[in-house]
Design a protein around this ligand. Structure first.
Ligand code: PCP
Length: 383
């Protein structure tokens, strides 16, 4: 049995390329054309850069130098996130998989980052791997984690990413018992200590009724999760306010409100005053890919560029306190700003690794800067 998944070896040898690179390779070889070029990867959007780890594995052993921003870096329009220096034929066919690795992962990381900004000081969990091919689960959770989420729901994250996964209970657990109270108490009995007792409260009755049932009947309740689909939900703010009132008059203000199911960025932003944690699926895992493109900007030491692109090998200089950037030629120096782009591959040898936890830390530090600025709503809504 094998799923319809392209195997790693085929990706590594460049099979997953676009046909026009197959023609390009054949033509350049037959005509003896193979210039030394500088090629850079840019987009006209902003975002959070992710996917470099897989790019390094892809390009390991290819005789090029590769420079990149660290994963987790907030990039701005037209800034190079990756620069490759080498003979064009050595890496031409890898454009397709290289972009595939970063376009998707950066889109996911960016929406995770936006959700975190929109949630204020409340938590955001990644719930969306079920919306994508399961072979992507670890990649999706990694990108969401880099983007700053507080936890990921896919169990495979524990094996592949060495981070804990988090979870409450599905409706199917409640329905299997046929009784909410029995299911809640069974969860409490069986699930590891240390896991918050977050009870799903919208299976048979309305959310308020089940929240009251939970705190009055379940042995331990740390939170209630509302997962009602949009189509049945009505005024969710009012529903949550009612639940919070009922918890308050029962002395259970400690019970956290977890909201999930079809949430988009507006829901997270508009409800962060009354919700403690958001479970966000499709908005993160099915984020629009960032439309990075790879372009030659220098050939045999001379700047060249197609219409709309700037020639020459570039460096991005950043003031880390304000996140204000300046793009200059690679060897330049800019007072008060630090270079962002670093060398990762030297002559086909990976000399620097990409670190997921470091990338997430970088994202959180950038979130801190943005929170203190007047640009927060731009980053949440203008993507
Ligand atoms: C799923 C899960 C999350 C949802 C999906 C997140 O809901 O409980 O809340 O994904 P989304 O943001 O794309 O909606 P259901 O499939 O309703 O799960 P269940 O009934 O099993 O709890």
């Amino acid at each position: 049995m094998s799923f319809l998944i392209v195997c790693e070896e085929d990706i590594k040898r460049g099979l997953t390329t676009d046909k026009y690179f197959v023609w390009t390779e054949r033509i350049l070889r037959e005509k003896g054309v193979n210039p030394v070029v500088v090629a850079e990867v840019t987009t006209s959007r902003w975002g959070i850069f992710a996917g470099l780890d897989d790019v390094l594995k892809l390009m390991d052993g290819i005789p090029v130098n590769l420079y990149a921003m660290p994963e987790g870096t907030l990039f701005f329009p037209h800034e190079p996130v990756i620069t490759i220096v080498g003979r064009y034929l050595d890496f031409a066919k890898f454009e397709t998989p290289l972009l595939g690795f970063i376009c998707h992962a950066s889109g996911v990381a960016t929406n995770a980052f936006r959700a975190k900004l929109a949630a204020g000081d409340k938590k955001v969990f990644s719930f969306g791997t079920r919306r994508q091919h399961p072979s992507l689960s670890a990649m999706l959770e990694r990108a969401a984690y880099i983007g700053g989420v507080d936890g990921v729901s896919n169990f495979a994250a524990e094996k592949y990413l060495d981070i804990d996964s988090i979870g409450t209970m599905p409706h199917s657990l409640i329905i299997s018992f046929g009784s909410q109270i029995d299911a809640w108490n069974a969860f409490d009995e069986v699930v590891d200590e240390g896991v918050p007792r977050t009870m799903l409260v919208d299976t048979y009755f309305d959310e308020k009724t089940e929240a009251i049932m939970a705190v009055e009947n379940a042995r331990r309740v740390n939170g209630v999760r509302i997962d009602t689909p949009d189509s049945r939900r009505g005024n969710i703010r009012k529903i949550i306010e009612e639940i919070k009132w009922e918890l308050y008059i029962r002395g259970r203000e400690d019970v956290r409100i977890v909201l999930s199911g079809g949430l988009d960025i507006d829901d997270v932003y508009n409800l962060n005053d009354i919700v403690d944690a958001f479970g966000v699926g499709t908005f993160i895992s099915a984020a629009k890919p960032v439309d990075f493109a790879l372009d030659i900007v220098e050939k045999e030491g001379k700047p060249v560029a197609k219409r709309g692109k700037k020639g020459g090998m570039k460096q991005v200089f950043r003031d880390k306190k304000t996140l204000m950037d300046e793009v200059r030629l690679f060897g330049d120096k800019v007072d008060g700003k630090e270079p962002v782009i670093d060398k990762y591959i030297d002559g086909g040898i990976v000399i620097k690794k990409s670190d997921m936890k470091g990338a997430r830390k970088l994202v959180l530090s950038q979130i801190d800067v943005i929170r203190k600025s007047d640009r927060i709503e731009d980053f949440i809504f203008n993507f």
